[in-house]
Write a protein that binds this ligand. Structure first.
Ligand code: HEC
Length: 107
């Protein structure tokens, strides 16, 4: 096996490793969750009531992570009929990151 063949084997191996896993904290993942009904059983998503971050601007700009996490979980549990997300999950961190983008440039 020559060195090039070896490298492509490496590349395939690396691509499948957790370091390159798709499920990382990101704004894109947050955006996806925000408009997905998968967070609860009501068939609604955050986007149904907060399109474009409606009503979230103030909280996004002013609340700390802990309080914002609580507000997000409130809507997940009470409105979407879902399960609260633990603060340290990829889902919650991505949602936070995405919702922060509604806070505007002043943040
Ligand atoms: C059925 C409509 C509905 C859905 C769906 C919904 N929310 Fe809400 N949400 C509200 C209402 C109503 C409020 C209270 C806003 C107000 O008038 O101050 C609120 C408040 C919030 C707040 C606090 C805003 C503040 O400044 O007090 C956050 C953060 C929030 N929602 C995030 C979310 C997220 C994230 C989702 C999806 C997981 C979601 N919401 C889904 C209706 C909804």
């Amino acid at each position: 096996m020559n060195i090039f063949a070896l490298c492509s084997v490496c590349a395939i191996f690396l691509a499948g490793s957790p370091v390159f896993a798709v499920d990382e904290v990101s704004v894109d993942r947050g955006r996806e969750l925000f408009s997905s009904p998968e967070l609860g059983k009501s068939g609604k998503s955050c986007f149904s009531c907060h399109p474009g971050g409606k009503k979230l601007e103030m909280a996004a700009a002013s609340e700390n992570d802990e309080r914002l996490t609580g507000m997000i979980n409130n809507c997940i549990v009470q409105v979407l009929k879902g399960k609260a997300l633990a603060p340290d999950t990829v889902e919650m961190q991505s949602l936070l990151m995405y919702i922060r983008t509604f806070g505007g440039p002043g943040r």
